[in-house]
Design a protein around this ligand. Sequence first.
Ligand code: IPM
Ligand code: MG
Length: 356
Amino acid sequence: MNFNITLLPGDGIGPEVVAAAVRALEAIARKFGHTFHFSERLMGGCSIDKFGMSLTDETLADCQSADAVLLGAVGGPKWDDPAAKDRPERGLLAIRKGLGVFANLRPVKVHPALINSSPLKAEKLAGVDMLVVRELTGGLYFGWPKGRDKKDGRERAVDTLEYYDYEIRRVIELAFRLAKARRAKVTSVDKANVLESSRLWRQIASEIGKANPAVTLEHMLVDTAAMRLITSPASFDVVVTENMFGDILTDEASVLAGSMGMLPSASLGVSGPGLYEPIHGSAPDIAGRGIANPVGTILSAAMMLRYSLKLEAEAAALEKAVDATICAGARSADLGGKLTTQQMTNEIIKQMQNGE
Ligand code: IPM
Ligand code: MG
């Protein structure tokens, strides 16, 4: 089959890890007889440099008409001026909003061979297999009013945590659907003891819980969730939460997996192309050195095969190859090893070619 994939490599290590994922996808295409048409676009700091804005209409339109979008990372010290009109991250938020991808799926698994890469005790990590569903197009990131002004002779800054009922409902319903294909447990994370938006969140989660008795629903305050992620991470199955809480908790959860470089994500909307990106950032400190871990992006490409292209066998083959590569002892720098991005990718492709 033929598919159109838009690539947004972005900044820092983004281009390095996206190039690795393209190589893995090309190997999949050869093995399974597909054709992937890649179209590469600028987004983030590189787009500010070239076009004066982090996301152009043309790039957004190209993404909207693709079958799927694969993104590396955006941002870096070069564009960190707090007074700047545009920032790389704005492009990322605009593309998420423009594609309507309201649910960001971030699976967190601990590979048994990497248990010692995590600072947590091995016995805590056994059996960790969770899926964080982060709301992605609402909350503090997008709420209005937002901005800075002067009030009573003082400088003031405002962000607004705003949610409509339908935004909460659609993401929690998706979490429940996903839970049914897993261990049938949903942990809804909020701050209902303080925030009005969380009280609405909890009310809707309870309604959806009542309508889905086959799924166990638990409510958890975000501060408790932050603690439990460390003290009993294996107790989580599906976690669903608002945008900012999900951003923070998934960085925390990535420590379980040994490195941020391991973790993929898929962002899905009602219809239209999904957006796939590793959860790590642009890592300016190691950019250009060819040592970034490509696994998070390659596993994001596997999620793309599964969710947007509906190629389940191909997705599973890629995931199995990553698994086998880690089992065989291949390690990039973030995992304490010496393999470059290219070498890690070569190993994964080799494992795939050897797989059935
Ligand atoms: C993430 C990142 C982004 C976010 C930044 C780069 C805007 O941290 O994808 O988790 O906060 O969503
Ligand atoms: Mg983040």
